[in-house]
Design a protein around this ligand. Sequence first.
Ligand SMILES: [Ca+2]
Length: 341
Amino acid sequence: MRFSVPTNAKGLRRWFDSRPQVVVRAGPCYDETGCVPLDLILDCDPGHDDAVALAVAADRGRLLGVTTVAGNAALEDTTRNALAVVQLLGIDIEVHSGAATPLRGRSANHAAHVHGEHGLAGATLPPLRTTIASNDAPGFLVETTKQHPHAWIIATGPLTNVAQALQRDPTLPERIAGISIMGGGTFGNVTAAAEFNIHFDPEAADIVLRCGTPLVLCGLDVTHQLLVDEVMVARLQALGNEFAHFCADLLGGYLTNIRALTGNARDAALHDPCAVLAITDPHLLDFAARHVVVETAGEHTRGMTVVDQRSWVRGGNVQWAQTIDAPAATEVILDAIAAAP
Ligand SMILES: [Ca+2]
């Protein structure tokens, strides 16, 4: 069956409302019929907020596997970090590493000023008991979505792996439920115009945004509404389980780095869990159909997502997340972390 994306706002709204809705708060999540798992694959670059996103995905859906990409840190670091978080969560899933460089092979500028040199500054990682299942993340995305059609790919890092999977298998968009992305925004963070994940590999983002599968985009406009602060760190510490202590150290380190960068002493955006919650708990967010393209050539705007917000332009290629109920989202995140060992 070929999936066609509705081209008008009404059609996209109907498509979005027809997606599986989560009705179970704890444990494996099922759709409203009560029997279909919400299959998720997380493509990530941990990264403090990726680690939290991974915990939420594992708690709120059926996580089929994790793929890693270079971004916040070098690939060997993001992969080791993903393996460590999976181990701390006590979940039996495979981790596959992927792209070490963007599609065009430009030198990668990581985000050590935000996440530390190795990606998870502030936390102590356990000695690893497992290793990667393969170094072919795009192959894992292709094959796993054949075994589990209608899975959601959630991408919380640069989109290199996902673009390579789309290049390898042009039928991929037809069988997946869609791709939920943390990336972009109507303003930037790595530059004045561009958000980090999209700026890291604009050509990959361009391929993904044109691929024709249902897309959900959580840009900085919405992720800057979901904040971590000292109150949240204290609540994590009070949860008492090992993973919560890990997260308290992790997000404490994140706050320290963000303070040094921005001078903001109070809080920092917790970007990546938004892209998970958009699928597992969509009632927490408000979406609008928007046309979004990636600037790949601009002198000052390379990596910018150009979001058409003109009220008289109908439809779009993405469901653009506009708002999130941050207090409720924080409770879902804390519940997920509390459910870990
Ligand atoms: Ca990330």
